[in-house]
Design a binder for this molecule. Structure first.
Ligand code: XMP
Length: 514
């Protein structure tokens, strides 16, 4: 049976993922697609799904700008319901001949909309609705054949609909929680207007993913690089359910794992009904990194060496299929976002090998968001401490040691990292945080220890809140917790004389220091 799907056409707005996630929260599947998707592409998606609705996202441009992104008009002739949000709302008005101009006053933040017609998209809502706006341009007059559904003080056409066709526009953002009844508006669209069935569930997903892997691999052998992170761990359990002993999971210990982590991974995965190989590759990694200080070179060396170790293991096993833990945001970010700049080379242990020959590369989690992966992990019985772990970069602590990596520095950053984890968890703060860790800077500074001058390392503490790691804010955690972290680090790690807290958001900084 095919799932219903709502496509979110991406105009570069920061809320695309949020729209898709809100729809999925209603058990309807949703994907983000390029804004200029063609009718052919929609038809080919229809072979796998029932395309039930199109949502045009917000975006930073003005519809009049020279290179303003547009839709292909022919997609409006398919009879699929369309909902434009913010830029999408203005674009629909513009394309159908309405009047769109810069507003006298830009609206940003909470606004009250007066609803004059509740027809379908606003069904069940009040006369006045608290909505969240962020726009410079405004629709001043609806195109012919359309009617106004709501207005605000500065926006005469804050919501509209076509008189006969299922085409709607909302100037505000229903996906943002500050729009009080935003979920109801999205539900009106997906259920009342598009007629979707709420059939997207993680239980259904597991069954389908297992059947799919069984069908592809048959009696063949598959291999997966298991890092112990949530994505590769979940992909491993899913693959194990499908393939049992025909699966081999390879865990490469590059020596940059956190304290006790290799042991935890071995303990968790070695007796689970599939083949598990742990490779101790610490020496070869540290040897190759000797004298290397440039962060990108470090990342490249670690990535390459990782592939080499993995290839050697794969050759021993003779696996024909490679399974990877790629998840939906990874796929979207590396896929169609055509203009995104490379900021750093991510070595994901799942971003594997380019020149190895496999009959197929299978990515069972390719359609899931992180929170969905967590649900699947829980359903498959992954231990809680692994399900709710903070994300950890493929190159591990190596990107948290600035400058050359040495055995001594690895040992310092491991101890400091453990202290940060223990104190944050003791304070019960972990659930509200995206990541919390220590970085060993290569700055030395003067201190006093036991009445003597000491000249030692500076450790930086990085603690951030985030949803998908694309943006992040430094966390305003209580000073008492920072104080305990700092005191313990300087007391328990003799080489450290100073601890600093990183108070930079992303952007402009990235989460990791390298
Ligand atoms: P940045 O530092 O780019 O990190 O803001 C964003 C998120 O990605 C994690 N990260 C990585 N994850 N391989 C990974 O699998 C990598 O090479 C890598 N580098 C950074 C980082 O911890 C944060 O959650």
């Amino acid at each position: 049976m095919k799932l219903d799907i709502i496509l979110v056409l991406d105009f570069g707005g920061q809320y695309c993922h949020l729209i898709a996630r809100r729809i999925r929260e209603n058990h309807v599947y949703s994907e983000i697609v390029p804004h200029d998707i063609t009718t052919r592409e929609i038809q080919s998606l229809n072979e796998r799904y029932n395309v039930k609705g199109l949502i045009l996202s917000g975006g930073p441009q003005s519809v009049y700008a020279e290179n303003a992104p547009k839709i292909r008009r022919e997609i409006l002739t398919l009879g699929i319901p369309v909902l434009g949000l913010c830029y999408g709302h203005q674009l629909l008005a513009y394309l159908f001949g309405g009047e769109v101009k810069p507003a006298k006053t830009k609206e940003f933040g909470v606004t009250y909309a007066t609803v004059v017609n509740h027809d379908l998209i606003l069904e069940g809502l009040g006369h006045t609705e608290k909505v969240w706006m962020s726009h410079g341009d405004t629709v001043f007059a609806v195109p012919e054949g359309f009617e106004v559904l709501a207005y605000t003080e500065n926006t005469p056409v804050a919501a509209f609909k076509h008189r006969t066709k299922p085409i709607y526009g909302l100037q505000w953002h229903p996906e943002v929680i500050h729009t009080e009844n935003g979920m109801q508006m999205l539900q009106n669209f997906i259920f009342k207007i598009c007629g979707c069935e709420p059939e997207w569930s993680m239980k259904g997903f597991i069954g389908k993913a297992v059947d799919e892997m069984k069908a592809i691999v048959g009696d063949g052998k598959a291999i997966i690089a298991l890092s112990g992170g949530i994505d590769s761990s979940t992909a491993t359990l899913l693959a194990a359910k499908a393939l049992g002993r025909n699966l081999t999971a390879v865990f490469v210990d590059h020596g940059f794992m956190r304290q006790n982590e290799p042991e935890l991974i071995k303990q968790t995965f070695s007796e689970m009904g599939f083949n598990f190989v742990a490779v101790d590759a610490k020496n070869r990694f540290i040897k190759r990194l000797k004298g290397v200080t440039d962060p990108e070179t470090k990342r490249k060396i670690i990535g390459e060496e990782f592939i080499r170790v993995f290839e050697e293991e794969a050759a021993k096993i003779g696996a024909e299929y490679l399974i990877q833990g790629t998840i939906y945001p990874d796929r979207i970010e590396s896929g169609f976002r055509r203009f995104s700049e490379k900021i750093k080379t991510h070595h994901n242990v799942a971003g594997l090998p380019t020149h190895m020959r496999f009959k197929a590369i299978i990515e069972p989690l390719r359609d899931l968001y992180k929170d969905e992966v967590r649900t699947v992990a829980e359903m498959l019985g992954l231990p809680k401490e692994l399900v709710h772990r903070q994300p950890f970069p493929g190159p591990g602590l190596a990107v948290r040691i600035i400058g050359e990596i040495t055995e001594e520095k690895i040992s310092i950053v491991k101890k400091a990292d453990l202290i940060v984890r223990e104190e944050i968890e003791k304070a019960g703060l972990q659930e509200s945080l995206w990541q919390y860790f220590a970085v060993l800077t290569n700055t030395k500074s003067t201190g006093v220890k036991g009445d003597c001058r000491a000249y030692g390392y500076t450790v930086a503490i990085r603690i951030v809140e985030s949803r998908e790691a694309m943006t992040a804010s430094f966390a305003k955690i209580p000073y008492g917790v920072l104080e305990r972290i700092s005191t313990r680090i300087t007391n328990e790690i003799p080489q450290v004389t100073r601890v600093v807290y990183d108070v930079t958001h992303k952007p402009p900084a990235t989460i990791e220091w390298e």
